[in-house]
Write a protein that binds this ligand. Structure first.
Ligand SMILES: Cc1cc2nc3c(=O)[nH]c(=O)nc-3n(C[C@H](O)[C@H](O)[C@H](O)COP(=O)(O)OP(=O)(O)OC[C@H]3O[C@@H](n4cnc5c(N)ncnc54)[C@H](O)[C@@H]3O)c2cc1C
Length: 468
């Protein structure tokens, strides 16, 4: 797919130089390395001759300088919760794995500046806890918060359920420190709200999936903990009406809609069948919405008025009820897995096009792949759906998926691009989507991306074989 050169397998002299650079922070222990060579879903199995575990920036800098000198591929890894194989080294053992997990200090919580400076290996849940101790919040959360690290979150430009209001990591990272592929250190950690001195290099590293250098620390934007929060569940007959509800709620609340999730009736059924959780609404509405509003002052009347156009709605009356509603959304992927195999897609289209896309693309897939059952759910407010294609019910489901996976994904991605969308809304490209990015990506954008990679990493040592 690319004319970017890949580094050769490391020589014995090169490996010795990396060990010397790492001091005592390296290992060849297969029990320690083994779990880091398989991704979360068990789809990618890698190999490596060496694991490096630097604890500080000078050690990582020495490692990168040695790797540049000997032209050795380095694969950054944080919590290994990525879903596209980006943090797994190539299966031929041609690259060295570098875990950033031990660089895990929270350097500073700046209360007046509403910033938290965390090293790459800090786990997201620990960011939440440190911010909460100061009465502040970091407004990004996701299912893997107990393992995902801030380095990985920044490298994949992670999102989550509050993107609608607060944005992805691109919006939430105010500053960044990194070791670049030549071993130099980028010092952009100050978190300046205004800095008009040319290109914003930190934004190149966010979403680069470890291909332009190691993120060593980030300054994260914090927000006040909202004093008021309300969660509701509503039913409608078409996704277009869900979109209209969202627009009305955003207008009435002055932009205080924090989450707006779309779930089809089939999804509610799956959660009932496999997890025993009763449907929130008495009737089976074709499309259902989970809504969360948050702010400094109560907006109960606004929420009720905003939901007046729904066919039915319930508003949680306690934190426990709110958590119970969220559980039905958060555990839908688990219920889906228990039901059987599916071809998963994590796609985005412009918000205003999403409702029409959801209906038309589902109809096309069900027509072209007879027996396919669509389950499209997720972050309607962000124009981001998990567009999953389930196999026909029955014993032959796994074989059906194996036969059709490639052509279903190719077709879904073609429809997404035709609708002006993205084949990766949240998880990145990694190795999973490389071919489709090359096939469907904007040629000018791909050429610019490769030019940046070539300029910053001419030896191709950073995360070889990923993304481009
Ligand atoms: C249950 C579950 C739910 C999820 N939900 C969401 C969701 O709602 N939204 C969402 O956006 N994502 C979601 N994800 C995926 C998400 O991308 C990862 O959880 C997270 O962003 C990766 O962090 P990590 O530390 O595990 O990185 P890893 O998996 O270790 O690495 C991911 C990528 O980042 C690179 N990388 C890691 N650390 C560094 C570093 N210090 N410097 C440079 N590059 C680095 C790796 O090379 C790799 O390419 C989910 C994953 C799971 C398992």
């Amino acid at each position: 797919m690319t004319n970017l050169a890949l580094p050769p397998p490391p020589s014995a002299a090169g490996l010795a130089a990396l060990k010397a650079a790492a001091g005592s922070d390296w290992s060849t222990d297969v029990d320690l390395i083994g779990p880091k060579l398989v991704d979360w879903r068990g789809r990618y199995q890698g190999a490596t001759p060496l694991l490096l575990l630097p604890r500080d920036v000078p050690t990582l800098q020495a490692i990168v300088k040695a790797a540049a000198l000997h032209r050795i591929g380095l694969v950054p890894q944080g919590g290994n919760t990525g879903l596209v194989g980006g943090g797994i080294p190539p299966a031929d053992g041609s690259a060295v794995l570098v875990s950033c997990a031990r660089m895990n200090r929270i350097r500073q919580v700046d209360v007046p500046g509403q910033l938290l400076v965390a090293e790459a290996g800090v786990i997201l849940a620990d960011v939440h806890a440190s911010a909460a101790e100061q009465g502040l919040a970091f407004p990004l959360s996701l299912g893997a918060k107990g393992s995902a690290t801030v380095g990985g979150l920044a490298a994949t430009n992670a999102g989550g359920v509050q993107v609608l209001r607060h944005g992805t990591m691109r919006a939430l990272v105010a500053g960044l420190e990194a070791v670049l592929p030549d071993g130099s250190v980028l010092h952009q950690l100050q978190g300046l709200a205004k800095d008009n001195t040319g290109l914003d290099i930190k934004q190149l590293l966010i979403g680069a999936e470890g291909t332009l250098g190691f993120i060593t620390a980030v300054a994260l934007k914090l927000v006040p903990v909202p004093a008021w929060r309300a969660v509701a569940w509503a039913g409608v007959d078409r996704p277009q009406r869900a979109l209209a509800l969202l627009a009305r709620l955003r207008q009435l609340s002055g932009g205080q809609v924090e989450s707006f999730e779309l779930i089809p009736a089939d999804g509610v059924d799956l959660v009932t069948t496999h997890l025993g959780l009763a449907p929130p609404l008495a009737s089976r509405h074709a499309w259902q919405c989970l809504v969360e509003l948050a702010g400094p002052l109560p907006l109960d009347e606004v929420l009720a008025e905003g939901l007046a156009d729904a066919d039915d709605a319930v508003i949680a009356q306690s934190d426990a009820q709110a958590a119970a509603l969220w559980r039905r959304r958060e555990e839908l992927p688990l219920a889906e897995r228990r039901d059987g195999p599916a071809v998963h897609h994590d796609i985005a289209v412009p918000v205003s096009a999403m409702a029409d896309f959801a209906e038309a693309a589902a109809a096309a897939i069900e027509r072209e792949f007879p027996g396919a059952r669509l389950l499209a759910f997720g972050h309607l407010g962000d124009g981001n759906l998990h567009f999953n294609v389930r196999a026909p019910a029955g014993d032959a489901a796994a074989a059906w998926i194996a036969e059709h996976r490639g052509s279903i994904t190719a077709r879904v991605h073609e429809m997404v691009v035709a609708a002006g969308g993205s084949i990766s809304a949240e998880h990145g490209i990694g190795v999973m989507k490389r071919e489709d990015l090359a096939r469907l990506g904007d040629p000018a954008r791909l050429a610019a991306m490769r030019a940046v990679k070539q300029a910053l990493d001419p030896g191709g040592i950073m995360n070889p074989g990923k993304l481009y």
